[in-house]
Design a protein around this ligand. Sequence first.
Ligand code: ZN
Length: 104
Amino acid sequence: MKCIICDSAAKSYFTTDFSVHFGGRFRDQLNKSEYYKCSNCGFTFSKNVYEMDYNSWCELNLKAHSEFESQNVKSRLTNQPPYLAQAAMINMLIEDRIIGGGQQ
Ligand SMILES: [Zn+2]
């Protein structure tokens, strides 16, 4: 598989089994996720999520984020993703034409 950022070779890195991970709550949308790591830039991505059709990805994204965001802040086991920083980075990559910005 090729890196979705720099088009270099990416190799299998690890696999997450969502039939058990997160108590299996996302297994209907994503059973297993195989992650690949780029040999050039180090970017790591899920092959399964990348290849998922748009509607399935939207369903998984909404389910996962709705569950996470509805938890009490003090009971969360992980930090909230840096949404603003991620959005700014993606916007910069689109503006500089490093990645495409079109919807599938
Ligand atoms: Zn890369």
